[in-house]
Design a protein around this ligand. Structure first.
Ligand SMILES: NC(=O)c1ccc[n+]([C@@H]2O[C@H](COP(=O)([O-])OP(=O)(O)OC[C@H]3O[C@@H](n4cnc5c(N)ncnc54)[C@H](O)[C@@H]3O)[C@@H](O)[C@H]2O)c1
Length: 264
């Protein structure tokens, strides 16, 4: 994969599904991969990556816990000396009609899906700033962050929050070339969550989405400035062309005006 060789990438929730597939893509692209998850299967994923010649370590990491983030970033810096890419992938869902949704269940979804993304972005921005060469933070949202689904109010609210949070931070850090990219993944991903089995211990692959998340890093993401998934660039290029044409037309009019004024 272009542009990620030698980079250090941290993937949260990488013990299964899209996170695991993303970690595989990074390893295939010769990045150093840190597999974070609360699920001990993370160790097996790191072994899989090393077995195919990849560079990977695994660590217990709870995205909802700030101390766990501090520890994880510290250990990443100790192991590889820097952080270039963070994929905030860990997530869970809860299905309940709104009248039956408990506050505990609501908070559980928010803690992982939204607090986790906030904490990860906060600590990764600080770590990426240390080397000053820019980087990428990919926050995995969902189509459920754009459209509502019945009985998924907490999940939809959390993923909608990820979308706008990411756009706000993208603008805040744009000048530093620290990219953020939303990666709404599609339900064709064969994962625990995608199959409604919510971390049921099955072996989800998440292939397609893993490829798109791993591919979302770097300057494309900087230009996309928080636009959704791979579509950001597609929408952005025609817009940039229109802006460039408008600028050229204005410059032409200015020159004509200056010539006319000089002739008066
Ligand atoms: N699968 C889909 O169809 C789909 C669609 C849209 C968005 N997504 C998003 O993609 C991401 C990955 O989903 P998936 O389908 O691969 O799910 P998955 O259940 O297969 O994987 C999620 C991983 O997150 C980990 N995790 C849960 N809580 C954690 C915590 N507190 N700290 C660290 N790790 C934790 C789990 O152990 C698990 O390994 C999620 O953010 C999800 O919302 C998935």
């Amino acid at each position: 994969m272009h542009g990620i060789a030698g980079k250090v990438a941290f993937v949260t929730g990488a013990a299964s599904g899209i996170g695991r597939a993303t970690a595989h893509r990074f390893a295939l692209g010769s990045a150093c991969v840190v597999i974070g998850d609360i699920d001990p299967t993370r160790d097996r994923v790191a072994e899989e990556l090393r077995a195919v010649g990849g560079e990977a370590i695994a660590m217990h990491h709870d995205v909802a816990d700030e101390a766990s983030w501090e520890d994880a970033i510290e250990r990443t810096l100790q192991a590889y000396g820097r952080l270039d890419i963070l994929v905030n992938n860990a997530g869970l869902t809860a299905s309940a009609p709104i009248a039956d949704m408990s506050i505990a269940e609501w908070r559980r979804v928010m803690a992982v899906n939204l607090d986790g993304v906030f904490l990860g972005t906060k600590h990764a921005v600080a770590a990426i700033r240390r080397h000053g060469q820019g980087g990428a933070i990919v926050n995995v949202s969902s189509t459920s962050g754009l459209v509502g689904s019945p009985t998924a109010s907490a999940y939809c609210a959390s993923k909608g929050g990820v979308q706008l949070f990411t756009k706000a931070v993208a603008l805040e850090c744009a000048a530093e070339r620290i990219a953020r990219q939303l990666g709404p993944s599609r339900s064709r991903a064969d994962t625990h969550l995608g199959n409604g089995r919510r971390m049921a211990g099955t072996d989800g692959a998440g292939g397609e989405s893993g490829r798109s998340v791993a591919g979302a890093r770097g300057h494309d993401a900087v230009r996309a400035r928080g636009r959704a998934g791979g579509s950001g660039r597609r929408h952005l290029l025609p817009r940039l062309r229109r802006i460039a044409l408008r600028h050229r037309e204005r410059a032409r009019r200015r020159r004509r005006l200056q010539r006319d004024l000089a002739g008066c």
